[in-house]
Design a binder for this molecule. Structure first.
Ligand SMILES: NC(=O)C1=CN([C@@H]2O[C@H](COP(=O)(O)OP(=O)(O)OC[C@H]3O[C@@H](n4cnc5c(N)ncnc54)[C@H](O)[C@@H]3O)[C@@H](O)[C@H]2O)C=CC1
Ligand SMILES: O=C(O)[C@@H]1CCC=N1
Length: 269
């Protein structure tokens, strides 16, 4: 990747992306500007050897601008960017619930890709959804694809599907972390030390993920293979069934997608 990248916003997702991108290519030039938090910016410089800079320098020196601020702060960034010529630049927004039309309003003609990565980009296992804006040429689409492919897998989707994707893979890591936290707590309640419970949960999660990824069996089939009739797993799964875990998971994913839609709704006029 020969393109220099500039992050506007250096928070959680920017750090996950920077960490992954630097792992994939330590020579990659990355600039970051972060509003009103010098300590945060200096931390990124110290940890990843990025260049801390002003917005003006970042725009001048970066081919790709990645907007990684909270949804409520995106319009402020776009107003600032409207003062620059962005010809030949690719703008990538990772903000949830900010539709492409908002970018066109402030930056007419801009080449923008809407992306929804997840924090596993830090370990090169992100799943990133990408939406191609109207003005993105093939070369720019390929640049966007390379940036996110360097830190995991990508999927191009139409804009109408980005909220569904957010509900599964964008926010998804948090669901698995909650499950892991709960299982660690259960292990401790059952008499294991926290360190023991953590190792058991960690290895079980990684092993299950690898089984789903590497075996040719569906998650349902793999589950059946663990579940002996009237055995121990059966006893546990019965509780999940009785307490409607599957429905709860679906409700949570719907709530996530609806929240993204609500955010988008704030831009309807
Ligand atoms: N955290 C996650 O797992 C994911 C987050 N996202 C999206 O990424 C965006 C950022 O999320 P987080 O990193 O979690 O938030 P965060 O709050 O950790 O980071 C945002 C950063 O932007 C800075 N900022 C605010 N206004 C700015 C401005 N005008 N110029 C420069 N910096 C500015 C803030 O000081 C803060 O450090 C959100 O829009 C979110 O929807 C997308 C995918 C995953
Ligand atoms: O919670 C959020 O709004 C962001 C978007 C996807 C993951 N985190």
């Amino acid at each position: 990747m020969s393109q220099s990248i500039g992050f506007i916003g250096g928070g959680n997702i920017a750090e996950a992306m920077i960490s992954g991108l630097k792992k994939a290519n330590s020579a990659l030039e990355i600039r970051v500007t972060n509003h009103s938090n010098r300590g945060r910016l200096q931390g990124l410089v110290d940890r990843y050897n990025v260049i801390a800079t002003s917005l003006t320098e970042l725009v001048e020196d970066s081919k790709v601008l990645i907007i990684a601020v909270k949804p409520k702060d995106v319009q402020g960034v776009l107003k600032d960017l409207a003062g620059f010529s962005l010809q030949n630049k690719l703008v990538i927004s990772v903000a949830a619930g900010v539709p492409l039309k908002v970018f066109y309003k402030y930056l007419p003609g801009v080449a923008v890709v809407r992306a929804m990565p997840n924090t596993s980009t830090a370990v090169l296992h992100s799943m990133t959804g990408l939406v191609r804006g109207d003005n993105v040429n093939d070369e720019q689409a390929s640049v966007g694809e390379k940036i996110f492919s360097a830190t995991g897998k990508i999927m191009w989707v139409p804009e109408k599907n980005i909220n569904a994707l957010t509900a599964i893979s964008g926010s998804g890591p948090a669901y698995f972390y909650l499950f892991a936290e709960s299982l660690i707590k259960a292990g401790v309640e059952l008499g294991l030390s926290e360190a023991e419970a953590e190792v058991l949960v960690l290895e079980t999660l990684i092993g299950s993920g690898k089984m789903i990824a590497e075996s040719d069996k569906s998650p349902g089939k793999l589950r059946e293979e663990v579940t002996s009739p009237n055995g121990t797993t059966y006893a546990a799964l019965n509780v999940f069934m009785e307490e409607k875990l599957a429905q709860t998971v679906q409700n949570a994913a719907w709530a996530c997608a609806r929240r993204a839609e609500d955010l988008e709704g704030e831009y309807s006029e």
